[in-house]
Design a protein around this ligand. Structure first.
Ligand SMILES: NC(=O)c1ccc[n+]([C@@H]2O[C@H](COP(=O)([O-])OP(=O)(O)OC[C@H]3O[C@@H](n4cnc5c(N)ncnc54)[C@H](OP(=O)(O)O)[C@@H]3O)[C@@H](O)[C@H]2O)c1
Length: 358
């Protein structure tokens, strides 16, 4: 049997919370080989082990420790495929510069997500939206491309909504989040702001969740190869986003109104039977069960459930009738894995399997 040569990859923003997760998930990856790191001028020129304040429980991958951190400028030395987890203030400019210079940038940042010609993808939900890159490259004249994954709060919500939308149709969605502090990057929220407290405001988050959810569950225009366009889902979304003192894992309480009547058993069956398309199921980072249902009255909880399916599942529970809309439930997902690094990795695997990196 022939052994596939691994594709060299790099990380823009390698020293941050998401960059560290990416480095960790790329260790021993069957398809990708981490060979290049980039960050700000605070870090460039140093070895990763010196530049990076490693905050994950697992040790820094041995292969990354001695890699030099580079400036995030396209000087021809970075690999074709780059994962991007840059500070949002610089992501637009830096990612655009790399895509123009021929790199495939798989981005965690919000900067390009809602652009008409930029795919916003959850492989289990809308893998076909990747086709937008053809229009993107033609219209922008880029030899590279940008593909994005959603905001960390959007991803669990959309994974839980996708089977309901397909089976019954969505009319209205109300979501209240309890978001982990790691979602704010490192060092993140000051202790005195969050200790014993709930912060009922995360700048821009509610607008992102509302718009991204409708784009992800939207349909790709049949003519997309010509003008590239996703028609957003025709349902209303209202999001309340809160920061709470949890390390990892965004917990969300959701109420939905459905377009057709459903019994609780039918809603549970829609979640239970939800599967990614076969081309996605075979990807190395795809969770065996994208949606995991907890039957206990007090689950999911981030403390116990955040690492379900290696942090790649949306964990749902507490399904019950809603006196205002039709049903309400809880969904939990890991914000730096499923909501960021793992999502980008799965997108890159989908791109590789689909021939977008050839
Ligand atoms: N944390 C999450 O749960 C999460 C989830 C989804 C999406 N995201 C998004 O992912 C991105 C990264 O988030 P994070 O939480 O990892 O943030 P972070 O911990 O603050 O890390 C930011 C990274 O950007 C680099 N950087 C800052 N300024 C730069 C510059 N001028 N040029 C080049 N690199 C620069 C930093 O390098 P230095 O260390 O050298 O400063 C660091 O590597 C953000 O766009 C965020 O919105 C985060």
């Amino acid at each position: 049997m022939s052994v596939m040569k691994k594709l060299e990859v790099g990380i823009l923003g390698a020293t941050g919370m998401v960059g560290q997760r990416l480095a960790s998930l790329l260790e021993n990856h069957p398809w990708f080989d981490l060979r290049w790191l980039g960050a700000s001028d605070r870090s460039s020129g140093k070895k990763y082990a010196e530049a990076c304040n490693w905050r994950l429980g697992d040790a820094m991958p041995a292969g990354a420790r001695s890699l030099l951190v580079n400036d995030c400028v396209p000087d021809g030395k970075a690999p074709q495929l780059l994962f991007a987890s840059l500070d949002s203030k610089v992501a637009g400019e830096v990612e655009g510069a790399f895509a123009r210079s021929g790199h495939a940038v798989v981005s965690n940042s919000s900067y390009y997500r809602m652009e008409r010609d930029v795919p916003l993808v959850i492989p289990e939900v809308n893998p076909g939206h990747l086709a937008l890159v053809r229009a993107q490259r033609r219209e922008r004249g880029w030899s590279g491309m940008i593909v994005t994954n959603p905001n960390c709060t959007t991803v669990g919500l959309v994974m839980s909504l996708a089977p309901l939308d397909r089976t019954f149709g969505l009319a209205k969605v109300m979501m209240t989040s309890m978001q982990a502090v790691s979602g704010a990057g490192y060092p993140g929220v000051p202790t005195l702001d969050i200790l014993g407290n709930v912060i009922p405001y995360i700048g821009g988050e509610e607008e992102k969740v509302e718009a991204e959810t409708r784009k992800l569950l939207g349909s790709l225009d049949a003519d997309s190869s010509h003008d590239g366009h996703v028609k957003s889902g025709e349902f209303a979304v209202s999001a309340h986003c809160n920061r709470v003192l949890v390390e990892d894992g965004h917990t969300e309480t959701v109420s939905v109104a459905l377009r057709s009547k459903a019994t609780p058993g039918e809603v549970l069956a829609a979640w239970q039977e939800f599967q990614a398309p076969s081309e996605v199921r075979s990807l190395p980072s795809a969770p065996r069960r994208p949606i995991v249902i907890r039957g206990e009255a007090d689950r999911p909880q981030p403390k116990f459930d955040v690492n379900t399916e290696h942090g790649m599942a949306a964990v749902v529970g507490r399904l019950r009738p809603c006196p205002v809309l039709d049903y309400k439930y809880v969904v939990l997902s890991h914000n730096t894995i499923r909501g960021a690094a793992g999502a980008a990795l799965l997108n890159a695997e989908l791109m590789k399997a689909g021939g977008y990196l050839d």
